[in-house]
Design a protein around this ligand. Structure first.
Ligand code: SAM
Length: 251
């Protein structure tokens, strides 16, 4: 039965738990016990419906580690490419709680390029972290790579947290969606797609599926940036490029 849940989870999200199966089984058992289902079978039936319980399970099992100015050199290159365009669109898939999207917005603002943003969209399957991204309010943990100057310029202090200023927030949009859901295409095509630290939770097959979606959401001359540990699907038509030791992919 637990295997069946992992199969559903894998097919829908691409996330593969083979290496940590025992821990995940334990977590799912606790999750279902806390919700008082009469049997594991009814729990499974409810999960299969894909409603609120499914979303709660996704929120419970996804790993959402992120922080401002993470893997900064890739972002620098992305912004350098953006500077060569009059208008540009950027998709962060996944965005987790939004730090990556706001980091890009801050970098663009610092270079006087904020006004050129056509779309700056963050998408994540976890609805709780997306709500946090929309609120734009963060605790200390998110700032260990952020300078005091940036904190002072682009954040205001509120209830012990730092909140992203309105002028940075205004063009940042966040949505809760699954990369493997058709709905992903409603956001249009992008000049730049950033997908960092999600493919590391996928197996080969899910990485292939994701790579084909990256291809489809990129404009003809679009560029894709992955995290250092992420591997693109082997059959991808995207071309690998290297600039100043930073890898990116071109459509
Ligand atoms: C470790 S975070 C990475 C966040 C950010 N890109 C970074 O590098 O700091 C990985 C995120 O991938 C999201 N994720 C996993 N599977 C997904 C899917 N199928 N569709 C959309 N987001 C997904 C998780 O919810 C999680 O927030």
């Amino acid at each position: 039965m637990l295997n069946k849940i992992l199969d559903i989870f894998y097919n829908k999200t691409g996330i593969c738990f083979t290496e940590k199966q025992d821990i995940v089984f334990q977590k799912i058992e606790n999750f279902s016990r806390n919700r008082n289902f009469s049997s594991f079978h009814t729990f499974l039936q409810e999960i299969e419906k894909g409603g609120e319980l499914w979303q709660d399970l996704v929120n419970f099992l996804t790993v959402n580690e992120t922080y401002f100015f993470r893997e900064y050199r890739q972002l620098e290159l992305l912004v350098e490419f953006a500077a060569q365009k009059n208008r540009f669109s950027i998709l962060c898939l996944p965005c987790s709680s939004g730090e990556e999207v706001y980091t890009i917005a801050i970098m663009l603002e610092k270079l006087g390029l904020y006004g050129r943003i056509d779309k700056l969209i963050g998408i994540d399957i976890n609805s709780v972290v997306v709500e946090k991204a929309i609120s734009g309010s963060y605790g200390k943990k998110s700032f260990h790579k952020t300078s005091e100057d940036i904190k002072n310029r682009f954040f205001t202090e509120k209830d012990g947290h730092l909140e992203v200023k309105k002028e940075i927030k205004s063009k940042c949009q966040f949505y809760s969606d699954n990369i493997f859901d058709e709905k992903i295409f409603k956001y249009g095509k992008f000049d730049f797609v950033l997908s960092r630290n999600m493919l590391i939770y996928f197996d080969k097959n899910s990485r292939e599926r994701a790579s084909s979606i990256f291809f489809d959401v990129l404009k003809d001359d679009g560029k894709l940036f992955l995290g250092h540990a992420d591997i693109l699907g082997g059959h991808s038509n995207l071309k690998k490029k290297l600039v100043n030791s930073v890898i990116y992919y071109e459509r």
